[in-house]
Design a protein around this ligand. Structure first.
Ligand SMILES: Cc1cc2nc3c(=O)[nH]c(=O)nc-3n(C[C@H](O)[C@H](O)[C@H](O)COP(=O)(O)OP(=O)(O)OC[C@H]3O[C@@H](n4cnc5c(N)ncnc54)[C@H](O)[C@@H]3O)c2cc1C
Length: 427
């Protein structure tokens, strides 16, 4: 397997390189970061007629957005019943709705601007990894029933009719999820921003913000509004906030092309986006060129720093081959890994800077829909649109499961692993 982001090398969409900022300029709105959050923020501002500059450390889509698996699901990282326990019913439902709004926003952009990003309607098929996990699918089915959401519980025998798998004892199928090439989406958004007059500077890492001035190595920008949508924030940038965010690492691999018949045998009725019930789950779906993308991680590597070994994803590929015998002889050609930023409670940080209200943050967005939504959200505040109040869930000063003093002893890696386990087992 070759270590390359297949979405990047196969993308049909190209965008011009935007050279670094090498002068001192002023603007009305500065967006920092060219992932889903930053690109959406910039588009909302540009559409409102604002003068916008976007600064990106590497290239647009070069962070986790362009490296992701392109799974668009309205499912939140946390179930409604988990959220209800913390926030009460009304607030929990509002919070759970956000990724759905994020998916709708991305779909709206694709349709409105005809973005070429291999959009595929792919219903979700959540698979019970073993018999004892069936209860989770049944609980989810109960909630869906209560909420009047569509779903189908599918037993082992009937699973074979929609997707021939072995040893998955139960499946929960529901609509509302999609697949895209996330790298192409970023390139399309970047092209759109350029068309709308947004000035983009790539290879332009912001090292420091002093008042309303953002400094890169070769230049600086004074902006009336600054929207910070970056990842892996360094302590020099903002020590306090950088401590509130860590990453989870995930691995992806893409297969060689399959024949049309092979794909039809795998998905006799419709393409599906499958994942299983383990904490660190395996997921796979078809992508362009009749290939299959698979993703997963390991408990240790999820919280470790960047690790390029293919071992983890090979483990998942072998397991997939055992469970989906039609893939037994299929080779996987490309693999890559990426680090996605998250907070301890898996809700993003969306807030104003505590010392300067003209600076806003959209950080640690767990998932493409969350990132699109949060970028758009902070931009809507600038253009004076009414927005829902998210402060309770996303404010900078909120308390986390592992208190500050303990975090200093445990270190970031253990703190975040413990916090996420706590979120997972809250029910
Ligand atoms: C391997 C992998 C698979 C994933 N799969 C999925 C999936 O299938 N579905 C899903 O919903 N989510 C998925 N995710 C998560 C998703 O990718 C992220 O949650 C989302 O992309 C976050 O978007 P963002 O805009 O907040 O951050 P990013 O996309 O990381 O964008 C931040 C940008 O800021 C830039 N930047 C950083 N510092 C600076 C600075 N100082 N100055 C200027 N620019 C800076 C970076 O270069 C980067 O481009 C996956 C993540 C990974 C790593």
């Amino acid at each position: 397997m070759i270590y390359e982001n297949w979405f990047e090398i196969s993308s049909k969409v190209k965008s011009p390189y935007c050279p670094p900022l090498d002068k001192n300029i002023t603007t009305e709105c500065l967006v920092i970061g060219g992932g889903f959050a930053g690109l959406h923020a910039a588009l909302t501002l540009a559409n409102a007629g604002k003068e916008v500059v976007l600064l990106e450390k590497r290239f647009c889509g070069g962070g986790s957005s362009g490296k992701s698996a392109g799974f668009l699901t309205p499912e939140s990282e946390k179930d409604v019943d988990q959220l209800i326990k913390v926030y009460g019913e009304k607030k929990a439902k509002a919070l759970h709705e956000i990724p759905k709004k994020g998916v709708d926003l991305i779909l709206k952009m694709i349709k409105k601007y005809n973005l070429d990003c291999d959009l595929r309607k792919q219903d979700s098929l959540y698979l019970s990894f073993k018999k004892s996990h069936e209860k989770w699918l049944k609980e989810e089915a109960n909630i869906r029933e209560k909420e009047n959401l569509p779903f189908e519980l599918i037993d082992e025998r009937n699973l074979k009719k929609i997707h021939p798998v072995k040893n998955y004892t139960l499946g929960l199928k529901y609509p509302g999820s999609y697949g895209i090439n996330p790298f192409s989406y970023c390139q399309e958004m970047k092209n759109l921003l350029l068309e709308k007059g947004v000035k983009i500077y790539e290879d332009s890492e912001v090292h420091k913000i002093e008042g309303n001035t953002a400094r890169t190595r070769l230049g600086s920008i004074i902006a009336k509004n600054i929207l910070i949508c970056i990842d892996k924030m360094k302590a020099e940038f903002n020590e306090e906030i950088s401590k509130k965010i860590y990453h989870i690492q995930s691995y992806l691999a893409v297969s060689e092309p399959l024949s049309k018949n092979e794909i039809e045998a795998l998905y006799p009725k419709e393409e599906l986006m499958c994942w299983d019930t383990r904490i660190i789950y395996m997921h796979y779906r078809p992508v362009a060129g009749n290939r299959i993308i698979i993703g997963g991680s390991g408990l240790w590597t999820t919280y470790s720093s960047e690790n390029f070994s293919s071992k983890i994803i090979e483990k998942f590929i072998n397991e997939l081959k055992k469970r989906v015998s039609l893939l037994e002889n299929v080779k996987f050609s490309y693999y890559w890994a990426g680090l996605a930023d998250v907070t301890q409670d898996l809700q993003p940080i969306v807030d104003y800077d505590k010392n300067n209200k003209s600076i806003q943050y959209a950080l640690g967005c767990a998932g493409l829909p969350w990132a699109a939504y949060c970028g758009d959200y902070i931009a809507r505040r600038i253009i004076g649109k009414k927005v829902e109040d998210l402060s309770e869930f996303t404010k900078l000063g909120r308390k986390f499961f592992v208190p500050k003093y303990l975090k200093n002893i445990l270190g970031k890696r253990i703190t975040f692993a413990l916090s996420h386990l706590n979120e997972y087992f809250q029910t």
